[in-house]
Design a protein around this ligand. Structure first.
Ligand code: ADP
Ligand code: MG
Length: 253
């Protein structure tokens, strides 16, 4: 038996107003796979992603039951190093959020914060992360230009590169292509196939079609419940639950 990279165990999560965003979710995610979390809006996908690196701590008066293990360690244990967790499980959001500053500064900022000073090493990391995010060819001659001068698709890949520069273990992408044109979307989708050689990828797609294109394994969430999880080839061709079938054939959502 392979050991899971992330093991979600009987997880419940309730917001201050009583919304039960997650109800009894159990799910294992393995190293170096693309794991897709899909379902209609408000099914709990973002809530689940934000729990994985404890961004959920930033929302007040929530209640949680159940557990998440990362590399077999309880992420909620007292004294857990949350900053380290957030570096290891890195998030890319729907709307790209470059930092004010140049393309290069966007990539070196976190590294400098982490204490890296060696200019040669910093430059190597800039080049490698931009290549991994499939952006290098487009920006290598303009690294000192403002990140805000990039197109939306380029900004999204810059944010991906910024995550990669910090050498995470898991990259969680919450609907990263929602604002992108079809060409940029396919560039991002293709780069995921490369990235999974090295990283574990958790991906919330913008459509069922995208889910089926990128997933190795997938989980269908509905109203805070896990309806089913399986290898993508099985889940999309042969869903076990009627609700999954109705959703993937476009009957609702
Ligand atoms: P998804 O990403 O699948 O669209 P979310 O995780 O954003 O789903 O939302 C799940 C449920 O939790 C929804 O009912 C949503 O309204 C609710 N929710 C999300 N964030 C908050 C919040 N900060 N406060 C209260 N309810 C929230
Ligand atoms: Mg969401």
């Amino acid at each position: 038996m392979k050991k899971p990279k992330i093991s979600i165990q009987n997880l419940f999560f309730t917001y201050a107003d009583g919304t039960e965003a997650l109800r009894n979710i159990s799910l294992d995610i393995y190293a170096k796979e693309i794991f897709v979390l899909f379902g209609p809006s408000r099914s709990g996908k973002s809530t689940l992603l934000r729990l994985l690196n404890r961004l959920s701590d930033l929302t007040e008066h929530t209640r949680r039951q159940g557990n998440i293990l990362f590399n077999n360690n309880d992420i909620f244990v007292r004294g857990a190093d949350v900053a380290d967790l957030r570096r290891r499980i890195s998030m890319v959001f729907a709307i790209p959020t470059p930092l004010p500053g140049s393309i290069r500064e966007n990539l070196t900022y976190g590294l400098k914060m982490a204490g890296m000073r060696n200019v040669v090493k910093l430059e190597e990391r800039v080049e490698r992360s931009l290549k991994q995010a499939a952006l290098w060819d487009e920006v290598q001659d303009r690294l000192d230009e403002s990140a805000f001068d990039l197109s939306g698709g380029q900004q999204q890949r810059l944010c991906l590169a910024r995550s990669l520069a910090l050498e995470p273990d898991v990259i969680a992408l919450d609907n990263p292509t929602s604002g992108l044109d079809p060409l940029s979307t396919s560039v991002v989708e293709e780069s995921l196939q490369e990235l999974k050689q090295q990283y574990t990828i958790i991906f919330v797609p913008h459509s069922v079609q995208q889910a089926a294109r990128v997933a190795d394994r997938a989980a269908f969430l509905l109203d805070g419940e896990l309806i089913e999880a399986n290898e993508a080839s099985k889940l999309f061709a042969n869903p076990k639950d009627k609700r999954t079938e109705d959703y993937i054939t476009g009957r609702f959502g």
